[in-house]
Design a protein around this ligand. Sequence first.
Ligand code: ADA
Length: 560
Amino acid sequence: MIRLFQHHYVRKYQELDGIWDFQPMDENSKVEDVEGYDYQLPVPGCWESHPSFANYRGKAVYRKQIMIKNETHLHLVCKGISHTAEIYLDGSYVTTHYNAYTPFSHVIKNVKAGEHELVIMVDNRFTDQSSLHIPNDYYTYGGIIRPVAIEWIDNVMVNQVKSVPVNEGESWKLELEVDIELLENSSDSYYLKGKIANQSFATDIKQNGKSKHLKVTHSIEDLDVSAWSPDNPHLYELELQIVNKTNEIVIDDYIERIGFREITTENGKIQVNGENVVLQGFNRHEDHAIVGASFPFSLMVKDLELMKDIGANAVRTSHYPNDELFLDICDEMGLLVWEENHARGLSLERMQHPLFRKQCEQVNREMVENHYNHPSIIMWGILNECASNTEQGREMYQEQLEQIRTLDQSRPLTFASHHRAAELCFDLVDIVSFNLYPQWYTDEDPSELADQARKWADELGGKGKPMIMSEFGADGLYGYRSPTAVKGTEERQAMVIEANLDAYMKKDYISGMFIWQFADCRVTEEEWFMTRAGTQNNKGIVNSYRQPKQTYQSIKNKWT
Ligand code: ADA
C-alpha cells in the first residue's frame, strides 16, 4: 500500500507489490551476467526475512514482468530501496539511487505496448561509495523495502505540490506551489483546476520557452475548515487536475491530504495553532524482528496504537526519513512528528567523506519535497550526534540547515546533540535538543543535568529557544528480571526512565521528551556486537516483537 488514500483518480497507476524473481550476485558481476533467478521474494520486503539471506550483505537483483497495454511514458515510483538501487528496463539502464530511506521516481519515455522486464539491482554493502549507510547502532537491511509503483503519464504531469496553510483569523488560506512537468513539446495549452473543502479554483499554466518544469502558484482564500490538531486531526482532500484548454480533457491529477495548522516557536515553547505543546514520545527505528525495515501497514498502525496507548503524542523518526504511509497514519491519528534526515553518530572524519555533502543534500531534498504536505510533521531534524562541536562540522550543519530553510520556511529546525558544553551549533536552529543518558551512561541526576543543559543552551546560542530532551533511556533485556535491578534488567530500565520522566515533566522550560527507544532494534554486527547484548539495541520499551517490558506500564501511568 503506497498511501492511505487514493492519490490519483485520473492518472492510472499500479502498485507492483507481489512476488518478484530474486538472485544474489557476485560482488564484481554485472546485471547482464545474471544467468538465472533461483529465488522468489516478496516486494516490499527485506531479503533478511528469507531463511537463506538472514545475514546477507551484498548485491542482488530483483525482476518483475510488467504489461503495458498502450504506448505511454512510464513514471516509476520507488518509496525506498535499501540502500542502493540500479534500475533497468528491458536490459537498458534507467537510473541509480542511493539511500534506503528516501523515495525517488523516474520517467521512462515512450514505453511501447507489450510485456517488459523491470530489473532492480540492489546493494546494501558498506563500500566507499556510501557515506551515510555505515556499520551502526541500527541495521541497514537489503532489498526493496518499501512499495514500488508504475504510473501511466500523458505528455504533462503534476510533479510536486507544496502547500502552506495560513491562519487568517476567521478563515484559512492555503498557499500552493505546484510543479508541473512537460514531457513532450506540444502546441496544446493547459490550466490547473483545484478543489478543497468549500472552494474550487482554476488558474492558467503559463508555458515559458523551452522549460520542462512549470511552476504554478495560487492562494486559496477564505477556506471554512476546521484546524488540524492532535486531538482533532481533521484532514481535507486537495484535488488538482491538469486540463487541456482546447478540449477540456483532464490529462493528469494529484490528490493530497491537507491539515490546517501552523507551527511556531515563541517564548521558548513550541506551538501548534498558537497553543503550547509538550512533546511526549518515542524515538523509533523502522525495525521489527520479523519484517526488518519493511513494515506492512498493520504493523505501522500497531506501533502507533501502542504509542497512543502509553499516552505519547509524538514520534521522532530516528535516524532517517520514514515510509510515507507511516506519515499518512500519523496525519490521521494526530501524532506530532520530528522527521529526521539520515545520519547517526558521524565523526568529523566521516563527515569529510568525499560524498557526504552530496548524499546529505539529496536526502534533505527528497525528504522535504516528498513529505512537505504532512500536517503531522512539525519539525525537521538533521545529523543526529555528528560533529557539531567542530568548526568544520558547523559549516556542514549550517549548509544543510540553510538548504532545508530554502525548501521549507514553515517548520522549525533542530538537531540532537550530545556535545554538552562543547556544542557549537545551537545558534543555527530554532529548537535545541539534547541526547543525554543520566542514570545510564552516567550517574548524574536527571533534574540537575536538565538544569545544566538549559544553561548550556542559553550560553551557547539557544537562549529563548524551546528545548527538547531528545534521547534518554536504558537497556532492558526482555524477560531479564531480577530483584538486584542490575543494569540490563527490566526493573532497572523502568527505574531509569521513571527518574528521567519525573525530572523532565516538572520543568517548564522543557518542550519535549523522547524516550530512547520505542522498540529494540537489530544493530550491525561489524563494530557493534561487543557493546550491544544480542547484537540489538535493547533500550526499547517493547521488544522487537512488540511485547511490552516492565517500563511500559510505568510510562503509561505517568503519561495518561
Ligand atoms: C545515541 C544515538 C542512538 C543510540 C543511543 C544508545 O544517543 O543517538 O542512535 O545509539 O545513543 O543507545 O546509546
